[in-house]
Design a protein around this ligand. Structure first.
Ligand code: FAD
Length: 370
């Protein structure tokens, strides 16, 4: 039962992976927490549309550190968090044609592979396309549904509450607390946690604080029947990030890795992007695509330096940012949630996460690189 007369310690806006994971950590820390979600169920927007990959070889140095710092949680979640492992082996191939061989990034997480090994590991890649690549053994599939439900279940068990169909309409501040009007009723909280995904800058506008320059970018994901079981194929990426594919629920998910700027919305695939996707995949593989099994699109939201935004706004009291998860919000969520729960209470980043080199300044909403 959601009390409308109570003042909650935290009102978290958004029940995507960012809001759910942070709310989980806050509630387990003993705070009273209410999540306000505008849709009828959690995870409807970007979180429910991802490629569900964990790779430590992707994004800038901050993202890589946050991903590596999240591995321990994925591999050893708390007792009762989920019934099955959150990660399962997938592996990631980065492939290049002759002209792009020098774009391949080498490092301790990957090994160099030749064209024969690429077609052995990922048989759909056209031998005529590939000249070489790299292999990341540790890249894994994430069970995103189990992860999100694990956070939400743990959150509720710790006393947390979720109001759905509760789109935020306005904020006011009275006696040091936020009064928040939503479509599901009015709530009071000491601190707002803005985990509204693509809408986070709009929420800032409503609350009267500076925006962080968030840009949602649409990405398309289609599924096809490749004519054979792709279950053992790895995530296969082109080194210039012009396409990727990976097995998904018995079919093959294909994407043109598009990044089309979009306003916050219920993103839908665009016919042009679908055409581009099919053209690029057919050019680089032996696949012939006559029919789509499914199509979807989601918004990956970035600030200028492509790191997350996590910390208190400096021009207004009690307004905490947790936004800019970009294309890595699932794989970084365990570490980001713990960072958010520490910073929102004025504590330092937990030592086992800062050991990876993550600092509060790299994530601060007031940083100069935004
Ligand atoms: C095609 C694709 C592939 C991806 N692949 C990966 C991947 O392999 N690995 C990875 O880690 N990440 C991946 N991502 C990125 C990842 O999905 C996102 O970073 C992550 O889901 C963002 O989570 P979020 O909670 O910030 O946003 P969302 O899931 O969008 O959640 C925000 C929530 O806020 C709610 N909200 C917004 N405004 C209001 C309001 N006014 N009132 C109340 N509620 C509101 C929304 O309804 C929504 O539920 C991918 C994304 C896409 C689109």
């Amino acid at each position: 039962m959601i009390e409308t007369t109570k003042t909650y310690d935290f009102l978290v806006i958004g029940a995507g992976i960012a809001g759910a994971s942070a709310a989980y950590e806050l509630a387990r820390g003993g705070a009273s927490v209410l999540i306000a979600e505008m849709e009828s169920h959690p995870g409807y927007h970007t979180t429910g549309r991802s490629a569900a990959i964990f790779t430590e070889n992707y994004g800038n140095d901050v993202i890589r550190a946050l991903t590596s710092a999240s591995r321990a949680f994925f591999e050893n979640p708390p007792d009762g968090f989920c019934e099955h492992p959150l990660l399962s082996p997938r592996g990631m191939l980065m492939v290049a044609d002759k002209a792009r061989l020098d774009q391949l990034e080498l490092g301790e997480l990957v090994t160099r592979v030749d064209a024969d090994e690429i077609t052995h590991r990922s048989p759909a890649v056209s031998p005529a396309f590939t000249a070489g690549g790299t292999w990341e053994e540790g890249a894994s599939d994430i069970d995103v549904h189990a992860l999100l439900q694990g956070f939400l279940k743990g959150f509720k068990k710790a006393g947390g509450l979720i109001a759905t169909n509760a789109e935020i309409q306005s904020f006011s501040r009275e006696d040091g607390c936020w009064q928040v009007a939503t479509r599901a009723g009015n709530f009071s909280a000491r601190t707002i946690v803005n985990a509204a995904g693509a809408w986070a800058d709009q929420i800032a506008g409503l609350a009267g604080t500076k925006k962080v320059g968030l840009q949602p970018k649409r990405r398309t994901a289609l599924t096809i029947d490749p004519g054979t079981s792709p279950a053992s194929w790895p995530l296969t990426n082109c080194v210039d990030e012009s396409w990727y594919f990976k097995p998904e629920a018995g079919d093959l998910m294909i994407s043109p890795a598009d990044e089309t700027p979009s306003p916050p919305c219920d993103a839908q695939p665009d016919e042009l992007d679908i055409g581009i996707c099919i053209e690029r995949i057919e050019a680089a593989t032996t696949l012939k695509i006559n029919r789509l099994v499914s199509k979807r699109a989601g918004l990956r939201s970035f600030v200028a330096d492509k790191s997350m935004v996590c910390g208190y706004a400096d021009d207004i009291d009690g307004f905490f940012w947790l936004a800019g998860q970009g294309g890595y919000g699932i794989q970084t969520s365990p570490a980001m949630a713990r960072i958010a729960a520490a910073l929102v209470r004025g504590h330092p980043i937990p030592a086992e996460i800062s050991a990876f080199g993550v600092t509060a300044g790299q994530l601060a909403p007031g940083r100069s690189t935004l």
